[in-house]
Design a binder for this molecule. Structure first.
Ligand code: K7E
Ligand code: CUA
Length: 668
């Protein structure tokens, strides 16, 4: 107990020290920034475009936000794991299935690491993947439409954190468990954790053409915590590296009990070898429940399928596929340089940064120079795999990125700074403070063989006095640095949403050219679509009423509906007939039980309404779409359950003629 107290106090003291130091460091950073022409470097004139897209994880918002660099302007929030009333994602009938899991409908998620698809080791801008930590899932977002189009749940996993990183041809998006758990899940005493819990590393295949995801196999590892991961590339393509902590296998007071071992491990997994084994029928199909949710662009509708089994592989079945590289003191980040030679393990409690050599690792494996084993997995000798270490670069290292010019940039949470150092010589070249307490950092092209350099941005955990106060809660702050010179230069602070962990960024051109402007109405295969005003109708099926409705500037059709009764379930299936870029219409009805709908040109979306009161209730367009947007409204009459009000619907019938409207240019 005494030991526990001492270390807790020590940690608290370190924390106090860096917090006060941060506050005094602020003025330096500001005067530094003001002393040069930084304003010009981030100024994107009105009407001009940013050079880079940045996709910043929304952390506990469950979503992904899109920014431009260097301006730091926010362009969009893409809903992924959380319901999003702004667009109706997770509320509309079409998108609710996206949030289905084996635990039922989950309206929220915690997203950490976005990663963009790659071809031949280069970012290709087709898809972006992101993990959900809490109820383990991996999502895919199509960068043509910026819509979440697929979510796959990850069974046998808990705290899906060492995710979602893609291999150099997007063969796999990889997801590793942070928390080890009983596999299969069962009722057992927590104290029996050690030796009984396991950690699953999941390899989710991505079909080359369609991008469809499927869990190809899971490697069932010892019951450690698998914190972060990165793929090998170039010479190390075919391997994947995972940092571990809690190799002590503690189940309580981990801040002390999981900090006992001098070294934890980086697990090196030869996935090519396991893939081959699996392709030849290796592994075991194990019962597992997990949801696979797919959004179809043509029906504008998601479907959720519950999968029943998953292929698992024990490392012992495939000799030579998994090794442990000892790495000091609870490493967090696990980063591989663009050449694929260096694997950086950032020991949170270590004085030095450890860098392993892939070439040395292969030689050590070849020479069978082992330092014992853990659960049958060979442990390589630390000295045999060590490429070098960066001596005392800072306190509390977390994550490392590379500029493709032989330099690495590591964040230090405790000393609150980014440190630039040289691969191969391990010398520190530059350091710059961050405000405050940096987590991840991103260089465009980050996880790839070809980083795109120019900028680096740090995502900070504590904001404090950087912005005007907004009550006890401040949005997290990101900081943009110019890294084109020898020294980093702080250019800009910009607020981010939720708690960004990692971000993926890339040059804008590829995405910009492919970006979709509308959905083709001809191509709309939604079963309840009305493709013209002539297709609109209202159909009763028992107590379900289906309204096939259209929108176009500036009316709904129908806009008068009668014959709804209390106890009815009213489905508004709204099709936006527009075929113009950036002309959505909205739909909201008084007392709506869900959220509004925001319907893109050519799209159909459905809102369900269960009226609770008799009356005549208005509905309207929520998106200011035209000069007569305010006229874009209608009424729906709700009668008592036993009333005889006939089901009728109309649009424009109390005005002399539609011709009149056409003449006035109101009706198109
Ligand atoms: Cu360091 Cu979730 Cu990548 Cu946060 S994690 S910082
Ligand atoms: Cu349609 Cu406003």
């Amino acid at each position: 107990m005494k030991k526990i107290l001492t270390s807790t106090i020590a940690i608290a003291m370190i924390f106090a020290a860096f917090t006060s130091c941060n506050n005094s460091g602020k003025t330096n950073g500001q005067s530094g920034a003001l002393s040069s022409n930084v304003a010009e470097k981030v100024y994107v004139a009105p009407g001009e475009y940013d050079e880079f897209y940045a996709f910043i994880s929304g952390g506990y918002s469950g979503n992904l936000t899109v920014y431009g660099l260097p301006s730091g302007r926010m362009f969009k929030e893409i809903p992924v794991f959380s319901q999003f009333p702004t667009s109706g994602y997770g509320y509309s009938e079409e998108t609710k299935p996206m949030l289905n899991t084996s635990h039922g409908f989950i309206p929220w998620g915690d997203s950490h690491h976005p990663d963009i698809s790659q071809t031949a080791g280069e970012i290709d801008g087709r898809f972006i993947f992101i993990n959900e930590n809490n109820t383990p899932r991996i999502a895919k977002i199509d960068l043509k439409t910026f819509e979440t189009t697929e979510i796959i749940e990850v069974p046998n996993s808990a705290g899906n954190h060492s995710s979602s990183f893609v291999t150099e041809n997007t063969e796999y998006v990889v997801a590793g468990t942070r928390f080890s758990v009983p596999i299969p899940q069962r009722d057992m005493p927590i104290k029996e954790y050690k030796g009984n819990f396991q950690g699953a590393l999941s390899f989710i295949s991505v079909a080359p053409e369609t991008g469809n995801m499927d869990i190809k196999f899971q490697v069932l590892m010892p019951g450690f915590n698998y914190d972060l991961s990165h793929p090998g590339r170039g010479k190390s393509h075919g391997w994947f590296f995972f940092t571990t902590y809690n190799t002590e296998e503690a189940s309580t007071l981990l801040e002390v009990n999981a900090s006992q071992n001098d070294k934890d491990f980086i697990a090196a997994v030869n996935w090519k070898k396991i893939e081959e084994y699996v392709n030849n029928g290796g592994g075991t199909m194990m019962p597992a429940d997990y949801a696979h949710n797919v959004y179809d662009e043509h029906t504008h509708t998601a479907t959720s399928t519950m999968k029943k089994e998953v292929r698992v592989v024990n490392p012992s079945e495939v000799p030579g596929a998994v090794y442990f590289l000892p790495t000091p003191k609870s490493p967090h980040g696990c980063d591989v340089d663009p050449s694929g030679e260096y694997i950086v393990g950032n020991g949170k409690l270590s004085a030095n940064l450890t860098v392993h050599s892939f070439t040395k690792m292969l030689a050590a494996i070849e020479g069978e120079k082992f330092d014992g084993e853990a659960y049958g997995i060979p442990i390589l000798k630390f000295e045999d795999v060590l490429a070098g270490s960066v001596e005392q670069p800072g306190l509390g290292p977390l994550h490392t990125e590379f500029d493709g010019k032989g330099n690495a940039y590591t964040t230090f949470f405790i000393s609150s700074e980014v440190v630039k150092w040289k691969l191969g010589t391990w010398e520190v070249i530059d350091r710059k403070p961050t405000y405050y307490s940096v987590g991840h950092l991103t260089i465009p092209g980050g996880n790839s063989g070809k980083p795109q350099g120019k900028y680096m941005f740090a995502m900070n955990k504590i904001t404090k006095d950087r912005y005007l106060p907004t009550g006890p809660e401040m949005e997290h702050s990101a900081q943009l640095y110019d890294i084109s010179g020898d020294k980093m230069e702080l250019l800009l602070d910009f607020p981010t949403h939720g708690e960004p962990h990692y971000a993926a960024a890339m040059r804008a051109d590829l995405i910009k050219e492919r970006s979709q402007k509308i959905y083709d109405l001809e191509d709309n295969k939604h079963p309840y679509a009305a493709k013209s005003d002539d297709d609109t109708k209202v159909v009763r099926k028992g107590n379900e009423v289906h309204i096939y409705m259209t929108t176009i500037r500036s009316h709904f059709s129908p806009d008068n509906i009668e014959g709804i009764k209390l106890g009815d379930k009213v489905y508004f299936h709204v099709t936006n007939l527009e075929q113009d870029f950036d002309v959505p219409h909205g739909f909201a009805v008084l007392g709506q039980n869900t959220s509004e709908l925001l319907i893109m040109p050519g799209q159909t979306k459905t809102s369900v309404w269960e009226p609770t009161k008799v009356g005549v209730w208005p509905f309207y367009c929520t998106d200011f779409c035209s000069a007569l947007h305010q006229e874009m409204q209608g009424y729906i009459r709700v009668s008592a359950a036993n009333a005889n009000t006939p089901l009728i619907w109309s649009m424009g019938e109390d005005i002399e003629s539609k011709q009149f409207l056409k003449l006035r240019g109101i009706l198109f």
